[in-house]
Design a binder for this molecule. Sequence first.
Ligand SMILES: NC(=O)c1ccc[n+]([C@@H]2O[C@H](COP(=O)([O-])OP(=O)(O)OC[C@H]3O[C@@H](n4cnc5c(N)ncnc54)[C@H](OP(=O)(O)O)[C@@H]3O)[C@@H](O)[C@H]2O)c1
Length: 344
Amino acid sequence: MGYKVAVVGATGNVGREMLNILDERKFPADEVVALASRRSVGVEVSYGDRTLKVKALEHYDFADVDICLMSAGGTVSKEWSPKIGAAGAVVIDNSSAWRMDPDVPLIVPEVNADAAAGFTKKHIIANPNCSTAQLVVALKPLHDKAHIKRVVVSTYQSVSGAGKDAMDELFSQTKAVYTNDELVNKKFPKRIAFNVIPHIDVFMEDGFTKEEWKMMAETKKILDPKIKLTATCVRVPVFVGHSEAVNVEFEQPITADEAREILRRAPGCLVIDKQEPGGYATPYEAAGEDATYISRIREDATVENGLAFWCVSDNLRKGAALNAIQIAEVLINRKLITAKKKAA
Ligand SMILES: NC(=O)c1ccc[n+]([C@@H]2O[C@H](COP(=O)([O-])OP(=O)(O)OC[C@H]3O[C@@H](n4cnc5c(N)ncnc54)[C@H](OP(=O)(O)O)[C@@H]3O)[C@@H](O)[C@H]2O)c1
């Protein structure tokens, strides 16, 4: 018997990608339901070669749902995830609402799949922030080899990370530049077309932004609380694919060649590092792909046991939808959940 899967936020960037990936990976679902806000009732979304009509979250009965893939933002998740969990489904949530809750596992399957078993307390599992997901996939195998002390990361984050309206804003501003029309900023505090913005999410008291804080706190929860991490998160005018310039200081020595070999064998990683023009990955190539691409691996002689590298991934896939579905696969493959009996 297959599973009944609800996708909440099915009209959004992440929700649509979830439906694609469920189909691509032949996820063992007998039924998939697409849910969103009242505004989208009746809207059609694709699930493989099928079309699903969107239903309203607020009127949906989750009694026979096994897995709920949630990507409708923090406010919706705070209200709905506990109710859906209480109805017996496992909620895998993409928002930041539950990530730091000690009773909710925060999972990147390549890194800490074992922690998924802890979902039973609240029936909720959290997916990390998109920038954190790709970073920990690359850091984990290096940490296992040489123990990371400190990470300095600068991000170059695409507009799709801020939702579908943000993609429309980059498109319409770019068009307006060429047609000499007025540029309107709604989703971003400054124009994003032909610009970069060193600010993602709200500012915190210490001057860091919440996005930067999330990378630090989530890396500790997923990988190792002893790792020190400092981040600068920047929005760039790219539609899909987040890039990161990463500088790591290790306890033990590790050469660039060793790191390259370790990353070549590591799950979820794909090394493209030819050290010649074009011999590295960019977000354009990563879009639509599952891997975390790693390039420009080199020793950093300015610190003891230092390495620098470049890391790129599709933020809607590994940063959100793919990671959530991989978590669901962990639950199934490890027999942590079984499909509920459905009414005939
Ligand atoms: N984009 C990324 O790279 C990324 C990565 C990691 C995590 N996330 C997180 O994933 C979530 C969704 O992101 P997104 O990029 O897909 O956003 P999005 O494109 O703006 O889509 C938002 C989705 O939420 C639905 N929604 C909004 N209010 C709702 C309500 N009251 N009840 C039910 N559904 C409601 C929307 O439905 P309507 O169309 O009906 O309004 C839409 O389907 C956010 O929490 C985001 O932080 C995103």
